[in-house]
Design a protein around this ligand. Structure first.
Ligand code: G6P
Length: 364
């Protein structure tokens, strides 16, 4: 009943609402007293020349966001793949490779099989929610995401907690490899530390998204666009929406729109643009204007400055608080989750238990 869900109608809405507090738990665990701390000092990037990241579903998109962080902040090459593809192409691995496996449950069969393929060939870390899981047990280093039990099939708080742990890993990598100055490191740590409060502010857009949901629920196709680290978030937004509402949704890199999917655009296709006002903003906005010129219905998710610059003529504008653009995917995950949640409710689908999906998939 509603009581065990803390007054929420669905587990998903409870889990969305828990994010400020679980993200603060992650910070308290890995940044006690503001000092970056990994268990047993076991995470060391000094001897590493390449990172491979492997997961399924939402965890894969966490990896994809983290690729931007690790490459930009720590200047380390990162490859990401879905687990069901990774091992079959027999990727070369060496002792200087760190393989990171991300899994909420720690039991996903594809991810476990990929990890067993890598075992003995390179160093293996896992980023897991269930600390006693098989994936956690079999990895050299298991980093907990501390999201607490996630019941709704569609992942929400586990996603943002994965991102937080991976962001902290990227900062550790930058520190080990000397790619950021002490001041820059401090600045990034401060930016991460401010996220729980910003996420809590972002949650306030729920009612506004609820108002847009009826119209979204009538669409047959919805596109999500993003650039830079917001591109994988666009993929996650589309995944969440299709999982919950059964509406066909696709995430695309904003700049790639003109190379194909723009052919789909007409007044029946809502296009959700996830764009903090960062260095890439102007380019993303010109991609958005290409959509508007073809009658596309744009929902712009941006900050106050972005809304001021580009909100005009959009079907909807959702305002996020100002954040370090590098870590904006953590913040913009909130409206992405709420879009999926409210659209599913408007359609009348089963939010916590979507058809054909399982929380944890233990077959390959
Ligand atoms: C299933 C779930 C997804 C999840 C994926 C990977 O498909 O429905 O929400 O992202 O498995 O699960 P894992 O537990 O490995 O993160």
């Amino acid at each position: 009943g509603q009581v065990e869900k803390g007054g929420h109608k669905h587990w998903m809405s409870k889990e969305i609402a828990e994010q400020p507090s679980v993200l603060a738990d992650v910070l308290a665990h890995y940044l006690p007293g503001g000092q970056l701390t990994f268990p047993g000092d076991a995470l060391d990037f000094t001897g590493i020349d390449r990172v491979v990241m492997v997961a399924c579903g939402t965890g894969f998109y966490s990896c994809f966001v983290a690729k931007y962080w690790l490459e930009t902040l720590a200047r380390i090459p990162v490859e990401v793949d879905v687990a069901s593809e990774f091992r079959y192409r027999e990727p070369p691995l060496s002792e200087r490779t760190l393989a990171i496996f991300v899994s909420q449950s720690g039991e996903t069969a594809d991810t476990l099989a990929a990890m067993r393929f890598a075992a003995g060939k390179c160093r293996i870390a896992s980023v897991v929610n269930v600390a006693q899981s098989t994936i956690a047990r079999e990895s050299d280093l298991a980093l907990p995401i501390l999201a607490g039990r996630e019941i709704s099939v569609a992942s929400t708080k586990a996603f943002t907690c994965q991102l937080m742990v991976l962001a902290l890993m990227a900062i550790k990598a930058a520190s080990d490899r000397g790619t950021l100055t002490q001041d820059a490191l401090k600045g990034r740590i401060a930016a991460l530390s401010s996220l729980p409060a910003l996420v809590s502010q972002a949650l306030a857009v729920g009612p506004q998204i609820n108002d847009l949901a009826q119209e979204l629920s009538e669409a047959h196709d919805i596109l999500f666009l993003g650039r830079g680290a917001m591109y994988p978030l666009a993929l996650e937004g589309a995944l969440k929406l299709k999982e919950l509402s059964y509406i066909h949704a696709e995430g695309y890199a904003s700049g790639e729109l003109k190379h194909g999917p723009i052919a789909l655009i007409d007044s029946h296709v809502p296009v959700i643009v996830m764009a903090p006002s960062d260095a890439l903003f102007d380019k993303t906005i010109s991609n958005m204007q290409e959509v508007m010129a073809r009658g596309g219905k744009v929902l712009l998710v941006t900050d106050a400055a972005g809304a001021e610059m580009a909100g005009h003529g959009c079907w909807g504008v959702i305002r996020m608080p100002e954040a370090d653009p590098m870590f904006a995917p953590v913040l913009y995950a909130i409206p992405a989750q709420q879009i999926a949640y409210h659209t599913a409710i408007a359609k009348g689908t089963d939010v916590d238990q979507p058809r054909n999906l399982a929380k944890s998939v233990t077959v390959e």
